[in-house]
Design a protein around this ligand. Structure first.
Ligand SMILES: [Zn+2]
Length: 277
């Protein structure tokens, strides 16, 4: 069933498990993610990222598929940058939006997020924002200590914006890591005590199962995934090509989404979300 993200994360926070938020970019990936969640009897957050997908076109499809799902599904705008994207997403029926103004100074970030919280909440849509900045894995060795979330600022930010959940920068990174991920668990623990809202971790791919489990123990409830799912699908495809096991485009597509789904199922189980729906 189509569900607001706030309720999904409230349950996860209360029971200390993590909810996977996989990126999906077309109808097949949306169906693969929802089917996987149904098999695992787990809630799921379908994250549509404007750079990867037409959020209006595929958002409407995701919303329809979510309505018919047997588990709670939130349809979420990932890294919404422009006000227009947020409006489009809400118009398409999304139940959650991320307003990413994390590269702006604190006051400007607050101002932009607050504006969107006001109208999103008026129609029951959950809002996620980012404080500090989660960068790109290709710059990781140079930037891992930059832009981490400050707990004092986090308290102010949540109070001033009224945001429903907070993406924090604690040493993860988007994409493939250059070097080894080093998570700042002390900082995460302080953030978890500082604010009441559920915490979100971006850049979970390549972070390591142990680190992710530990992060859930320190208050992370939403875990964003793309690169690992993409790589799992592509690897399965490449291996099958080498072994000459496939010769048709339909077989290739099915295999890629099998890799995506199997990896997603692994994470759903690992995050303790199976059987929660
Ligand atoms: Zn992200």
């Amino acid at each position: 069933m189509l569900t607001d993200m706030k309720s999904i994360l409230a349950d996860a926070k209360k029971k200390s498990y993590g909810v996977a938020a996989p990126n999906a970019w077309n109808e097949d990936s949306i169906r693969a993610a929802i089917r996987t969640a149904e098999r695992e009897k787990a809630p799921i957050i379908i994250a549509l990222y404007p750079v990867m997908a037409d959020i209006f076109e595929f958002g409407k499809i995701a919303v329809e598929l979510a309505k018919n799902a047997s588990v709670p599904v939130a349809v979420h705008l990932d890294h919404g940058q422009e006000l227009e994207q947020v409006v489009k997403a809400i118009r398409a029926g999304f139940t959650s939006v991320m307003v990413d103004r994390s590269t702006l100074p604190f006051d400007k970030n607050v101002e932009a997020v607050k504006e969107i919280v006001t109208f999103a909440h008026a129609v029951g849509v959950t809002v996620e924002a980012e404080l500090g900045h989660v960068g790109q894995g290709c710059d990781y060795t140079e930037t891992k200590d930059q832009g981490l979330t400050d707990p004092k600022e986090a308290i102010q930010f949540v109070e001033m914006t009224g945001v429903d959940c907070l993406a924090v920068a604690v040493g993860t990174s988007h994409g493939v890591y250059k070097g080894k991920p080093e998570l700042q668990f002390d900082l995460l623990s302080r953030l978890n005590h500082a604010v009441d809202v559920p915490l979100v971790l971006h850049g979970c791919s390549g972070t390591g199962d142990g680190n992710l489990k530990k992060a859930i123990g320190y208050g992370i409830t939403k875990l964003n995934l793309y690169t690992d799912l993409d790589m799992a699908g592509y690897t399965l495809f490449q291996e099958s090509i080498k072994a000459k096991e496939i010769s048709k485009i339909t077989e290739a597509c099915n295999l890629m989404f099998k890799g995506y789904s199997d990896k997603l199922a692994h994470y759903i189980q690992w995050f303790g979300a199976s059987g929660r729906a």
